[in-house]
Design a binder for this molecule. Structure first.
Ligand SMILES: [Zn+2]
Length: 56
């Protein structure tokens, strides 16, 4: 599955996506800029979902 499919599946299953972490740069707040954050944010946007983890 690609990231968008994972986000959609997570929402469908009511999985706690806010407990998942993608950022490679930080571990307190997601940087929102690294490749992994970018992919994650794009996936949530594609899935029309809100990413509830803290971003800088
Ligand atoms: Zn990041």
């Amino acid at each position: 599955m690609n990231k968008t499919e994972i986000v959609k599946k997570g929402i469908e299953l009511d999985a706690p996506l806010n407990l998942t972490w993608s950022c490679y740069e930080r571990n307190d707040m997601a940087c929102g800029r690294c490749q992994s954050c970018t992919l994650r944010l794009n996936a949530f946007a594609d899935a029309e979902a809100e990413d509830k983890i803290p971003y800088v």
